[in-house]
Write a protein that binds this ligand. Structure first.
Ligand code: ATP
Ligand code: MG
Length: 431
């Protein structure tokens, strides 16, 4: 026999126990976003490679080494599995002129692909919830985005996630800071690691993001971008902070928090969990007023953030978060040809009444079927033999309560089940 083919490293199956937690999470997220007036959008998983080169920038980790790109064998076009959603979302807004009648609040979710070294909290196919406010200049919307994150953590019962905040100012301010930064790092050139040396002249801001502990004090002593901000940038940053303070949100200003891309400006923020180690950032966002023009559109201010679903679910699991169990109300056990045909009628009829029903399929003995019914976790078994089928009746057997089984006419079954479930729910103080 040949070997079983395995999934690609860093691309994971999400099995049913796990997938139920995902669904529960996705339902919470949908409600939460609706509460803030965000509307869904769905973009393709594959986009032309130049979209990402232009949007994210060619001197970034993502574009330099993390993209899954390939040539379309039919027409030679360069294509890429999307590594993030903002570029595609702004492309869609431009292509369909979505902002023709004013700003838009949009969100999406789904898989993203990055060729990274797989480890805890870092995968090659991972999933994000992306939230984008297009056409808003802030700082009110910047504050609202941060507030809404806090509400989600509260809704999900997550604790120990702290907020880090910074302002990247505008491009001219960053240019001045960049000069000072290069001078600082050049004067300690011998201490720069290979990554930093490579970035010194292409993207020195990104050196501030270095995770190398040996460069930590060098990075900490570097000139701070905040000291180079002009009056307007400072005003935006201060107004944002005032709104956060009003809302009782605590934060740390982290001058090393950067996005080393030209189109990012003003607000950047990250929500970081205290308990996930090096992969602690569960949500990252900021303002990208330059992106629309970078992608060939008219200028539009915009702001957004993305959450890593795997990392959030790791936190949820750590805190004992659990999806509502998806056990059926009813398991249908049947034996005989007549009974099988009647069982289908009963199953569909109970589903019409809003009950969840698992029908036994594949035959087997009455005893084996009852075992399956028990293992399914169902509250009730509905048992149908040929004699029940002939009389249009079923036998109703409680599986979780010490109550007698009894026969019920089919036309009274929905009410009988309703009464039992209601009675037990009441006794148990709600299920
Ligand atoms: P990091 O510094 O951890 O590589 P990043 O700056 O590349 O993060 P963003 O592009 O800002 O991350 O993506 C937003 C969020 O998506 C991250 O905060 C994280 O929660 C999640 N994320 C990013 N890359 C991965 C990955 N490879 N696996 C799982 N989650 C990821
Ligand atoms: Mg990364």
């Amino acid at each position: 026999m040949s070997q079983i083919i395995q999934a690609i490293r860093g691309m994971n199956d999400i099995l049913p126990d796990e997938a139920e937690l995902w669904e529960w999470f996705e339902d919470s997220v949908r409600d939460w976003l609706r509460g803030y007036g965000y509307r869904p959008i769905r973009m393709p998983l594959v986009e032309p490679t130049p979209l990402f080169a232009r949007a994210i920038g060619t001197v970034t980790d993502i574009v330099e080494k993390e993209m899954y790109s390939f040539t379309d064998s039919l027409n030679g076009e360069q294509l890429t599995l999307r590594p993030e959603g903002t570029a595609g979302c702004v492309r869609a807004a431009l292509q369909h002129n979505l902002l023709y009648d004013g700003p838009k609040r949009l969100w999406y979710q789904g898989p993203m692909f990055r060729h990274e070294r797989p480890q805890k909290g870092r995968y090659r196919q991972f999933h994000q919830i992306g939230v984008e406010a297009l056409g808003f200049s802030g700082p009110d919307i910047d504050a609202e985005m941060i507030l809404m994150c806090r509400r989600l953590w509260d809704d999900l019962g997550l604790e120990g996630i702290h907020l880090e905040l910074n302002s990247l100012g505008q491009i001219e301010e960053r240019q001045q800071h960049r000069g000072a930064l290069i001078a600082h790092f050049e004067s300690h050139a011998a201490r720069l690691d290979a990554d930093a040396q490579r970035r010194l002249h292409s993207n020195p801001l990104r050196i501030l993001d270095s995770k190398n502990p040996e460069m930590r004090d060098l990075v900490e002593a570097a000139p701070k971008l905040l000291d180079y901000l002009g009056a307007d940038s400072l005003k935006h940053f201060e107004a944002l902070q005032a709104l956060l303070k009003d809302a009782g949100i605590s934060y740390q200003i982290n001058p090393r928090l950067v996005r080393g891309l030209d189109y990012y400006n003003l607000t950047v923020f990250e929500w970081v969990s205290d308990s996930l180690g090096a992969q602690g950032t569960v949500c990252a966002g900021g303002r990208y007023d330059g992106l629309f023009t970078q992608l060939g559109g008219k200028p539009q201010p915009a702001c957004g953030f993305a959450m890593g679903i795997e990392r959030l679910l790791m936190l949820l699991r750590e805190r004992g978060g659990k999806a509502a169990s998806h056990v059926p109300d009813i398991y249908i056990v049947h034996q005989g040809d007549q009974a099988l045909r009647f069982a289908f009628v009963v199953a569909e009829g109970m589903r019409d009444n809003g009950y969840t029903v698992q029908m036994h399929c594949g035959g087997s003995s009455f005893k084996a079927q009852m075992k399956r019914a028990d293992a399914s976790g169902a509250t009730l078994a509905v048992i149908i033999g040929d004699d029940e089928a002939a009389a249009e009746e079923v036998t109703l057997k409680p599986l979780r309560e010490a109550a007698e089984q009894h026969r019920v006419a089919y036309d009274q079954l929905a009410d009988a089940i309703g009464a039992l479930l209601f009675e037990w729910e009441d006794e148990n103080g709600g299920i």
